[in-house]
Design a protein around this ligand. Sequence first.
Ligand code: SF4
Length: 315
Amino acid sequence: MKYKHLFGPVMSRRLGVSLGVDLVPYKYCPLNCVYCEVQSTTNLSVQREEFFVTKEIIDELDSFLQNKPQLDYITFSGAGEPTLNSGLGQIVSYIKENYPAYKLALLTNGVLFNDPRVRKEVMGCDIVLPSLDAASQAVFQKINRPHSALNLDVIIEGLVKFRREYMGKIWLEVFLIPGINDGETELCAMRDAIRQINPDLVQLNSLDRPGTEAWVKPLSLSAIKQVRRFFSSSLPMPVEVIAKVKYNTQANRMDEEVINLLHNTLKRRPSTAEDLSAMLDIHINEVGKVLRQLHLEGRVQVKREKRGVFYTWKE
Ligand code: SF4
């Protein structure tokens, strides 16, 4: 069966072997983050919709899971915001009822959690990984460029409510951008917001593949570690830096085929992640994940052009 909504399994840095489930059309998102690795948001929306017939997604899951593949997680993620799909709750319940051995993860920007229906629909997930990159509306506007209906205080309130109701694990990701959200005032406000949200773990991240905007630069590892020390000294939960790991043997094996395809294409002509995804018929997130690793390892060269970020294979 050719899958439209499933991708991978991929070796995820945070979740291990993960089968991706993409629930929304390309770049439907309530945010347009400056660091987004899958280009600008084309449909800035807070409107929840079914987008696809839910049964179509369930059929793909049935087809894939019938062989009982070994997975650490089935993960709702993609090139957009999964909670925008109003069929999410039905899909979560279906997997939990029919495939109880599998654990469910949700990668989300968390901006719709003030909606009680969204909180209820994701209760069946084993782990939810929301992000929070700002604690003031001004920095939220600068980094996440939200839909006009969104207010950061309401979003934080939604995450606080979710924490009170939800028994699973919450790992909160904070994306750091030098000069924007790494100053003392914003970090102190962020610490206070995180204390209220009370996740099980805080994960710090910064740019490791070119984002949507050229001005976004990575925060140095020593500066990220400084932020970690600051949060760790005043927050009760563990705070860690998302590891920029080299490929391990398992990840290498899993991605070997994709690496070969990218190698064959990129040695002939520079391409964007989106070009590669369309040409090779591989989900954009899978292409992005492998490109990130290849970039970290210095195996591809990056050049920003008018049409986007182009990758070339370094011989
Ligand atoms: S990083 Fe995530 S939340 Fe931000 S624009 Fe991209 S898909 Fe949306």
